[in-house]
Design a protein around this ligand. Structure first.
Ligand code: OFO
Length: 170
């Protein structure tokens, strides 16, 4: 059985993961409007991954005999100054999410909740990948500068992104 304190913190994180999904879907819509289908696709895959992160946590809370509870999801930003600004905002957001997972790990450790620590290990590893992927894209923007052909090529490259396998699937 999960403690009340840990359950509340995980429920807050479920909300944060759904907000991430919403934010990236808002970015996908922004890129669709800018006629950048590859960037839009990348963000749509990101949206799907965030939904999976939320559902994986939901399943854990339920499986530990807890109660998943939902709060309103904050409205995400709608516009960004440029494609680069959207990816920089993504990088910043992922760093924030990493700090939240670290705080959850700290709480689980203070509560001697070893099962939740083991569960959260997956998220810690996932955040390394999340940050690295976005940082790589931000660096590509810096390398191409104002070259519109570069933007076209990067858009085509990001169109190839495939969703990661769902670790919650049976
Ligand atoms: Fe769920 O990792 Fe991004 O936010």
């Amino acid at each position: 059985m999960i403690s009340e304190k840990m359950q509340k913190a995980l429920n807050d994180q479920i909300n944060a993961e759904f907000f991430s999904a919403y934010l990236y879907l808002a970015m996908a819509a922004y890129f669709e409007e800018k006629n950048l289908p590859g960037f839009a696709h990348w963000m749509e895959v990101q949206y799907e991954e965030e939904t999976m992160h939320a559902m994986k946590m939901y399943r854990y809370v339920v499986d530990r005999g807890g109660r998943a509870q939902f709060k309103a999801i904050e409205e995400p930003q709608k516009d960004w100054d440029s494609p680069l600004a959207a990816f920089e905002a993504t990088y910043e957001h992922e760093q924030y999410i990493t700090s939240r997972i670290n705080d959850l790990m700290k709480l689980a450790s203070e509560l001697s909740d070893f099962t939740t620590q083991s569960f959260l290990k997956w998220y810690l590893d996932e955040q390394v990948e999340e940050e690295a992927n976005v940082d790589e894209i931000v660096q590509s923007f810096h390398l191409m500068g104002n070259d519109s052909r570069g933007l076209f090529m990067l858009d085509r490259e990001l169109k190839l992104r495939q969703a990661s396998p769902d670790p919650t699937a049976p």
